[in-house]
Structures are given as C-alpha cells and as structure tokens.
Design a protein around this ligand. Structure first.
Ligand SMILES: Cc1ncc(COP(=O)(O)O)c(C=O)c1O
Length: 433
C-alpha cells in the first residue's frame, strides 16, 4: 500500500515517529514474546514504504542493480548502496579465481583454521595483505566483524583499558565491552580528548594495558584521524593503537594503502584490522601485526578464529585476486576513476547548494536531519529507482540521519548526475513536510 503524506495519515505518522531506541529495552519478562511492539512498528514502516532495511538484490552489486524491498516493491536503477568501491565484484579475473577455487576446494572450508579448515590460498592472501599494510604478520578471519571483535577480545583482559573513538564500528564497540568493563570513548577524531583520558588512566594505573581504537575512514562521516599524532599520544602513555581500515584499504592511497599510506603511516601503526567486504569483492577480514607472537596468540585466544570455520576457499580466492588487482597498475587506474567520481559527485551536490560531510572518499554523506525526513527520502528515492542507503539511529546519533552514497569506479558521470539531481529534488520535497 502506498501512502500519501499530504493529509493526516495515522499509519504513516506511526511509521515516521519513534526509533529503534524506543524498543531496545522491551516490556515484559518473557524474552521471546516481548518483541511484538517492535514488530508491529516495523510492519507499519514496511506498509508505508518507509523501511529502508532488508532490501534484496536480485543482480550483482554493480552501478545498476535490480532489488526488492521488504514490502516486495521492485526497483531497477542506479545503485549507490553497495560497498564495491573499485567494482571488482564484476571483474572477470576475480570471478574466474572464485570459480576455479569452487571447483578445486569446494564451497566451504569444512573446519576451523586450527583444525585443518585453512586452504593453501590463505597464506597467499596473508602475503598480499602484508604487502598492502606493510605489516609483517597477518591473520585471516571469515568476516571483518570477526576480525574486529577478535582484535579486542583476543588481546585485552578485564584489568586492561580500551580507549576508543566514539564513532568506532559496532564490531569494535561490542568487542570492547566483551573484553573489559574499562571502556572509555573520546570525542570523534579528538586526539587531545584521547590524551586526557589516557592521562587520567595512567594517573591511577601504571600496570595494565591500554588499547586505543580508531578507523582509517569513518564510513558514516567520511573523515579520518591524524594517525601519526594519535599513535604518538598512545606511546606517550604506554598504550597501543589499533586502526580499522575496512573502508579505505585498497580503495584509496598509494598502491591501495588507504589512509595509512596517505598519512605516511603504512607499516608504522601498532595493529591494523580490515575487511574484504568492501573493495576486495569478498567476505572476510584480517588482523595485521608486527609480532609473530601476537599472531600465534590470537589463533588460540580469538574465539572466532578457534571456534568458527575458516573463511571459505571461494571468498579467499576472490579476495586474493582482488588484492592482486588492487596492488597492480590496474588498481591505481581504478582508484583514479573512483576519485574522479567522488570529486564530481561532491561538486554536483555543491552546485545544488547541498553540503556533503567529510573528505573526498568513495563514501559521500548527505545530511538529512530527522528520522522522519530520512524515511520519507527512502520512499521517494525507491520510487525514482535510486538505490542509496538511508542511515539513521542506531547507526548514527538520533536526529542526525543522512543519505550514504557509496561510489564505484565503474559509475558513469551520467549516473552520478542523475542520482545527485534526484536526491536534491527529494530532499527539497521532504524538507517541506
Ligand atoms: C569499519 C568497519 N569495520 C568492520 C566491519 C565489518 O566487516 P564485515 O562486513 O566484513 O564483517 C565493517 C562493515 O560493515 C566496517 O564498516
């Protein structure tokens, strides 16, 4: 059912009000039956086409996509909602490598890497990641989430401290609280705030460990910390720095080295983790370290490494082939196209008087404001056959919703212009409501 928002419409009003924060602590003591209020709110959003989640793609995640939303509405149009920054998921060499791995090793790993689930593709992928990060040792995980969660739960113990950027990814936040109750957050990108927290910890405790956590490119803000300064501050207080480079490694920087390379910090950060689910056209993740001991320790003490099956051979082969392209001149060419697309999109928004957040990166974020406007934008963009991700709480703070556009090097200028112009029209329309 399609709803108009011109006149009073109770179903739509219900869908546009509230947020997931209202349902986090449901009423009742039966843990299974107390989700009904949330479920009926979700259904009202699905019915009114204001539920931006759970869309199903029915084709490859390319610049053009066919997809179906949770209410069964179909769209075919331009796609800025997939994290395939260099377009490698459609690269013939990546597809061929994945196919060959499927035929040679079968579809799954059939075991934890500690119990013979690892294929001989994995050490090759580790080597490529060593080259990309400039770190001597790499450990591969079945997802980036597992790598992030493990980097904290594997290394940090209950008397230790985690000091993290307030906006660090959920796998790091959840890993932090699973590792220790001593979790402190510093204001986003504010290394002086991090310094104050570190100083106050060290004033009371000189004996236990501190791991500081940040990201190379924050995907909800398209910004980056001063990595060198942050690490200097860490070392002043005997703390170590972990950088999550999920969004920038491969997609940006010299030879695909991301913000580490751009900021002259490749191979110089204490600990690095990342994901293959963006630029590397695969599922999987990694932790990179300078220490053979840290790698060996994580194999035994990172739960998702010991107790979960190894990354599948098909995904390993895809990530390996993608990383070969990323480090080759072809990768440099794709990054050049990607940067050109980014700069063009940002300029096109600017010429429509629409600001974007952050720096030039393959993620362009357009602030929308309230959840109400964001949900209406989703409905209108779907009608215009534009796939973009509407991001609202809990992914970003309440009342700070935004449209997230993820660019691929394979997008055309025509597709970018089409999307930007329609998005600006949609925003003009919803802001009048
Ligand atoms: C910054 C960051 N870290 C980690 C992850 C988790 O990666 P994966 O999707 O491979 O589990 C993501 C993915 O959303 C991410 O954006």
């Amino acid at each position: 059912m399609s709803e108009s928002y011109g006149e009073k419409n109770p179903a739509l009003e219900n869908a546009l009000s509230k947020s997931t924060a209202d349902f986090y602590v449901p009423d009742g003591r039966d843990v299974l039956s107390r989700m009904d209020a949330y479920y009926s709110w979700v259904k009202s959003r699905v019915r009114t086409n204001t539920w931006q989640y759970s869309r199903t793609q029915t084709s490859r995640p390319g610049p053009v996509i066919t997809a179906t939303d949770a209410g069964g509405r179909q769209m075919e149009g331009v796609n800025f909602a997939s994290q395939d920054y260099l377009g490698l998921s459609a690269h013939p060499d990546v597809l061929k490598a994945a196919q060959e791995a499927l035929l040679r090793y079968g579809p799954h790993s059939a075991g934890s890497p500690m119990f013979m689930g690892q294929t001989d593709l994995v050490p090759q992928l580790e080597e490529k990641l060593q080259e990309l990060t400039g770190m001597e040792h790499v450990l591969i995980f079945p997802t980036g989430w597992a790598a992030g969660f493990s980097s904290l739960t594997g290394l940090v113990r209950k008397n230790d401290y985690i000091v993290m950027d307030r906006l660090a990814h959920a796998c790091l936040r959840q890993g932090a609280y699973a590792a220790t109750a001593n979790v402190f957050k510093f204001d986003h990108l504010d290394h002086e705030d991090a310094r104050k927290i570190l100083a106050s910890i060290r004033a009371k405790d000189a004996a236990n460990g501190i791991l500081v956590v940040s990201e190379g490119l924050f995907s909800m803000n398209a910004d980056t910390p001063d990595i060198r300064r942050l690490q200097e501050i860490c070392h002043e207080f005997g703390a170590r720095l972990l950088m999550d480079v999920a969004h920038d490694l491969g997609a940006t920087g010299p030879e695909g080295s991301g913000q580490l390379g751009i900021q002259g910090m490749k191979g110089r950060v204490d600990l690095v983790m990342g994901s293959f689910s963006k630029t590397f056209a695969a599922n999987g993740g990694f932790i990179a370290t300078h220490s053979a001991a840290v790698k060996e320790y994580l194999k035994m003490y990172a739960g998702p490494y010991l107790f979960s099956n190894a990354v599948s051979p098909v995904q390993t082969a895809a990530a390996l082939q993608a990383s070969r392209i990323i480090t080759a001149p072809e990768g440099a060419g794709l990054r050049k196209l990607s940067l050109g697309n980014t700069l063009h999109m940002r300029a096109r928004f600017a010429s429509n008087n629409q600001p974007c957040l952050g720096i030039a990166a393959p993620i362009v974020l357009v602030p929308v404001g309230g959840e109400r406007h964001a949900r209406l934008s989703h409905s209108l963009l779907m009608k215009k056959n534009i796939a973009a991700m509407i991001v609202e709480y809990p992914v970003v703070p309440l009342s700070e919703a935004r449209i997230r556009l993820q660019l691929m090097s394979t997008h055309t200028i025509g597709q970018i212009n089409h999307a930007v112009d329609h998005i600006c029209e949609v925003l003009d329309e919803v802001r009048k409501k």
